[in-house]
Design a protein around this ligand. Structure first.
Ligand code: CA
Length: 497
């Protein structure tokens, strides 16, 4: 295949004299599921030294790291729908994971295809309906499995299962590289390479099972949060590391998707450790502490495989002279709780799940090693960003803004100073419906359902862990009124009501 590629490249060069080559940049969107910024060492959190992510850090070192990238709805499917449409959930129709994406609507993949890009999505899709707007797709069924995944392509499930024996994070990268290798080299590409990892239930690769075995991962300072500083919503959760993980998330039980050879190694690691844990009959804080160690280590092991595979992509781009003309974007569908507030999972408008990682490398356009700590950006902006990179028109009905000027250090003067959030899935993990506004310092959250009817207000400057709601505090009455006005303005602007 390499020879074919060289031939095609030479052919493209030879016709270059007669036709203008399409030199618009490629767009490579590397995407993960539930990857918290706390688990990327470039963000410099408490886990950085223990669990470094050198390849992700390389994107930051050669590009821009965003500290204030916030989602519009912190849950898997809805975030993907926002990215594809550039519209809030109530307009793209995908508010909850139980919804089905309407693939007949306008999407960024269709618009890029129309603009002459070669488009593909490989890996996790999670929108239930068939992908549209992609020249090629290979997508997992639903959440997918960590081992030996099945892929759907061209409207049917692939039968040749030997093709995808292996660890899913590796397999998705293999297939992404295959597609890159076999693409039409004359056209710019838009590839969404989307991992299942590090979504639960956290099954590490066999090669990472023993990594971190001999260390004690530091606990977050809010692991034993009792929610006493807030309204009734947080205490009603069902996503506690102490009580709600269940055996499969703790790898006290595991799936049967392994081959017998894989199972031997996997079970050989977990079984004796599980038996030792069960024999101890731990209770209370000691049990929670064990749950946390089990959870965080498996989560970080899943991240380690992601980082290694990001390294494979970076290497491929280097070796194929694609680094310079490819905009490389790394992000996740939302953030995640790594024990903060005693939780796993996402959904809340609190920082750990509201914030998502965003790393972007664009040689020649982005100054290497830039950290953007000031601009509030969002997954709502991705579609318009892709379109501007592709020099394609941006439809008026998209609701974000292109980040291209922000990449170049020329953030428009009228850039957003606040961001609207709306979560709809009240049945999920005991998290009530809520919406709110954040201005970079103050966060106002409204829980409108009758059973939990309440407001919360946080000052992130004095209370970065959001431990004490100041709603109703006379000292913040002015801020409260101002934010209520801002919330009403944004709801009107985004056509919520
Ligand atoms: Ca997710």
């Amino acid at each position: 295949m390499k020879n074919w590629k060289v031939f095609a490249a030479l052919f493209a060069l030879s016709i270059g004299a007669f036709s203008k080559a399409d030199t618009r940049p490629n767009i490579l969107f590397l995407f993960t599921d539930d990857h918290a910024t706390q688990a990327i060492s470039a963000y410099g959190g408490p886990l950085s030294e223990l669990a470094p992510t050198p390849n992700l850090d390389r994107i930051a070192e050669e590009g821009m790291l965003f500290r204030k990238c916030y989602v519009t709805n912190s849950i898997c499917g809805p975030s993907r729908a926002v990215i594809l449409t550039g519209k809030y959930s109530h307009l793209n129709g995908f508010k909850k994971n139980s919804d089905h994406f309407d693939g007949s609507q306008q999407t960024v993949s269709k618009l890029l295809q129309k603009a002459g890009y070669q488009t593909a999505v490989i890996g996790k899709w999670h929108l239930k309906t068939e992908p549209t707007g992609f020249d090629h797709y290979e997508v997992l069924k639903g959440q997918g499995h960590y081992y030996n995944p099945s892929f759907r392509t061209e409207g049917k499930w692939e039968k040749n299962h030997e093709k995808h024996i292996g660890y899913t994070t590796d397999v998705i990268t293999d297939r992404s590289l295959d597609w890159l290798e076999n693409r039409d080299p004359e056209k710019p590409f838009f590839l969404m390479s989307q991992h299942k990892a590090p979504h639960g239930r956290w099954e590490p690769a066999l090669r990472h099972l023993e990594w971190l075995d001999d260390v004690e991962v530091p606990e977050p300072e809010t692991l034993y949060d009792d929610y006493s500083g807030r309204g009734p919503a947080a205490a009603a959760h069902k996503m506690g590391i102490a009580d709600h993980m269940g055996d499969p998330r703790l790898m006290l039980k595991y799936s049967s998707k392994h081959t017998p050879e894989q199972f031997k190694v996997f079970d050989g690691y977990f079984r004796p450790r599980n038996e030792a844990f069960l024999a101890q009959k731990l209770e209370g804080k000691a049990k929670t502490a064990w749950h946390y160690q089990r959870y965080i280590k498996n989560y970080l092991r899943c991240v380690k495989a992601v980082d290694e595979n990001v390294g494979r992509i970076l290497e491929y781009l280097d070796q194929n002279d694609l680094t310079k003309n490819t905009v490389l974007i790394y992000s996740s569908d939302q953030g995640f709780y790594l024990g903060e507030h005693g939780w796993f999972d996402k959904r809340w408008m609190y920082e750990e799940s509201f914030r998502t990682p965003l790393l972007v490398r664009w040689p020649g356009k982005i100054t290497p090693g830039t950290v953007n700590s000031q601009d509030i950006v969002s997954n709502l902006d991705y579609a318009e960003t892709f379109l501007e990179i592709a020099e394609a028109p941006i439809p008026d009905d998209m609701q974000g803004r292109s980040l291209v000027p922000v990449f170049q250090g020329a953030t428009p003067k009228d850039w957003r100073t606040s961001h609207y959030y709306h979560y709809y899935e009240s049945e999920g993990h005991g998290v009530a419906v809520h919406y709110g506004v954040f201005d970079g310092r103050y966060k106002l959250i409204r829980f409108p359902e009758e059973h939990i009817d309440s407001w919360e207000l946080y000052d992130l400057q004095t209370d970065p862990n959001e431990m004490e709601s100041r709603y109703g505090d006379p000292a913040l009455a002015d801020q409260e009124q101002r934010l209520k006005g801002e919330l009403a303005k944004l709801r009107k602007q985004f056509l919520v009501e």
